[in-house]
Design a protein around this ligand. Structure first.
Ligand SMILES: [Zn+2]
Length: 82
């Protein structure tokens, strides 16, 4: 079975409605991802390639809220070291 080539999508734009646009620099695939998880493929590109999200997806670690002291204490008290 031949291996599929992997293409890394590049973030293009954030629309005001929350839609995020992605493009593949290798084959020209272009998609728009709506916040409802609906994905619209504008340009198919190489259909046999596997497309994976590039930088910026999922959100950068800075966007992930950190645990509060209370949460850390609760996890520790319940033997769930985070
Ligand atoms: Zn591609």
């Amino acid at each position: 079975m031949p291996m599929k080539s992997v293409h890394r999508m590049v973030h293009q734009a954030d629309r005001s409605d929350g839609t995020v646009e992605w493009a593949c620099p290798q084959c020209g695939r272009y998609t728009m991802c709506h916040p409802s998880r609906q994905r619209i493929v504008v340009v198919t590109g190489e259909a046999n390639s596997v497309h994976v999200p590039g930088a910026g997806f999922p959100p950068d670690p800075d966007d992930i809220p950190s645990l509060s002291d209370f949460d850390q204490r609760w996890l520790y008290n319940h033997q769930m070291v985070w």
